[in-house]
Design a protein around this ligand. Sequence first.
Ligand SMILES: Cc1ncc(COP(=O)(O)O)c(C=O)c1O
Length: 391
Amino acid sequence: MVAFFIFAQNEAYLKAVDDFLKRKLQERQEAGIYRELKPENDKIDFCSNDYLGFAHSAVLKQSIAHEVNSHPLSLNGSAGSRLLSGNIQYAEDLEQQIATYHQSEAGLLFNSGYDANLGLLSSLAQRGDTIILDELVHASIIDGARLSYANRYSFKHSDLESLEAKLKIAKGNCYVVIESVYSMDGDTPPLFEILNLTEKYNAALIIDEAHAVGLYPKGLVCELDLQQRVFARVITFGKALGGHGSIVLGSSDLRNYLINFARSFIYTTAASFHQLAAIKMAYQLLENSSEAIISLKNNIELFKQEVNTGENFTLLNSDSPIQCMILGSNEMAREAAKQLQMNNLDVRPILSPTVAQGTERIRICLHSFNTENELTLLAATLNKFILLHAR
Ligand SMILES: Cc1ncc(COP(=O)(O)O)c(C=O)c1O
């Protein structure tokens, strides 16, 4: 009897939870923002972050296979976290090689960029400290800051006055976090001015370079020779490097600190040998990719020349592979993406709440391997859509 009562109570509770899930999903569907996984397609790629074509490079695939095969004793999986059985000399050597490449003293690998930002921000800032974020930083940075006990502020996107206002009220150790190429707008912040401000207020600057590496081989910080003035950099391997994982670059003290305190580093299984080999080989390929980088830059220029936004729509100001056209509503963004998809062009809409209401857009990712014909088709289809919807 007691057992039946507990079972019935449990069943009622599970039904309540299930009802909650259904209600939340229904709300999303009604708002037109329901997320679904879609299978891969063979449309022209204007969507992936594979800026230099590394993810589908046969040359890279071969060199990874060769690297794996020439380490016959390597394991299939790491079989443990780095602090227990999962560490190998190869990982430590790779960290130092990558750090040296980006002109940093040291580096620590994480399993993803998400993990890196989570571990870095949640462990660094203590109660009484302050984290100041650009309002457009990636979700992983926001989540990392949320997991810390620090005071948190955001400043208007790349706005120096707004940043300074927050720096003036910061308490304790202060960390300012920005991206060198913003993932949703594709633009670049005024790095020199931001650095001057953070130095004026003794704040440590952290820069996420996820989308900058590739366009600038070593990232924008190295490109501008600012590496000595930046406290930490996050580099991810899932974009132009065509793989998966990330590294936090900084001092040896920062590396040791993260090994001791970053929970997303400590409590997770280390990357497999295959993943490490893929990262190492991708860096070798990057050193020989000057032609691909030139093609990427040419494609960005060509696209910007050919698109004619008219008066109603804005193409965000960006010199990066991320080109966004603001369409102002979820419906319009979805409609533009649909038209492009119908022309065999893989472009996705970015809807609110992922971006602020009124800034719903299509986000176009350009690549070194996109041909002139593909770019012309993309621009012509967009121009037609713009003309059709001109008010
Ligand atoms: C700026 C930025 N940082 C971090 C990440 C997360 O990196 P990862 O995909 O390796 O988890 C992304 C991914 O979209 C990003 O755009």
